[in-house]
Design a protein. Sequence first.
Length: 278
Amino acid sequence: MRLYRNKIIILITFMVIFPFIAHADGPVTDPNYTQPLSERTKAQIERERQKEAITKRIMDIFYKEERGELPKGSYHKALEELRSEKYLPSPKGTTKDISIQGGSGKALVLDLVPQETNYYCGPATVYMMLDYLGVTNGPEDQPLTQSNLAKYMGTNTQGTDFNKIPVCLNDWWGRQWYVNKWAPTAQQVHDYTKLNVDLNYPVNYDAHTSSENGYLPGWEGKEVWHYLAGGGYITGGDGDPDEINYWDTYENNPEAYGNHWVKASVMSDVLVDRGMTY
């Protein structure tokens, strides 16, 4: 009888806890939730190291050109050399230049799509990125859909593994370009976003809003883990990072859904527990 009673207690406890974790990849306000995460492979870690070195080299050229230490056009030339070196395809989507007092930038014109379930912010974000890159089918010729991406990344009601995002992007795009950057600084958020946007490629942000990390538009006062499609930046006139642009796919929150600009430092703060895919 005692064993039976213990089983009942365990079952009731599970039933009480499970509703809170069931939809954890979308905007879930349970502070006990931790987004699924697998260990990185040695190959992933090495690709991250190489990509970071490439990005630093190219961005150093940009800042030297800004300071007048290199001729005008040096940064653009470095981008084209990188594109040729990595066999990166020419841009598919459209962009728009941004010009404000004290700074300038660029934004990708992504097609916003709402996530199909509460926990599909990962698949929806990856869908927007691949769609912008001109991808229509996966490595096994499966159509580009949120459900097919979710299946490919192993998405379930607890969410999408951050380490599966670059793998999916690279496999479906057919290029080994995307890697994760963990806990980027504000400068890195700006630089890594800028490099991709100037090549006409979107990025992914894996945000965790909380009272400790800060909040994004529409999520004030709520603790959530949420993927966001990034596609724009503004650089201050002195070359300092200013703002970055992102798209939120959760249409059930009208204040969060859609396109937003935030300070690079604000985005950096909410990426502290995960990071960005660039």
